[in-house]
Design a protein around this ligand. Sequence first.
Ligand code: ATP
Ligand code: MG
Length: 137
Amino acid sequence: MEQTFVMIKPDGVERGLIGEIIVRFQRKGFRIVDAKLMKVSKETAERHYFELKEKPFFGELVNFITSGPIFAMVLEGRNAVQNARLLIGATNPAVATAGTIRGDFATDLASNVIHGSDSDENAAREIDLFFQRQRDF
Ligand code: ATP
Ligand code: MG
């Protein structure tokens, strides 16, 4: 079974959406392998989003992710990376389909409630970054 990394961003935590979001993943059939509420350091945020470091919004993105607690999760399920991103919806909530997490709960590109890994390789890297190792229990 594949694993993916999902992070409820500071806006989602602040707005009290943790429970609602967990329910959606569990209903879909994902198993929660690990989860924690945590503050992200600047260094971890920069490593997490290293592929975007040349983008003009990189500084704003790092500031946002470090602005308050996030809720990090390792989720396990069939085709975990792709299925989690299907539930999450398009990057820009303005065009995300209703019924997806971003489509239902967000309107702003910068504060779009949730992150999900975009490849198996990045899932493994992000799980290692946030949880120190890949969980297997
Ligand atoms: P995430 O990695 O957070 O799950 P994503 O994979 O859908 O999102 P990425 O291209 O990885 O999209 O962008 C990471 C985050 O950077 C987005 O979730 C969004 O909040 C922010 N972002 C992306 N494009 C822009 C932009 N043009 N202006 C401001 N912020 C942006
Ligand atoms: Mg991404």
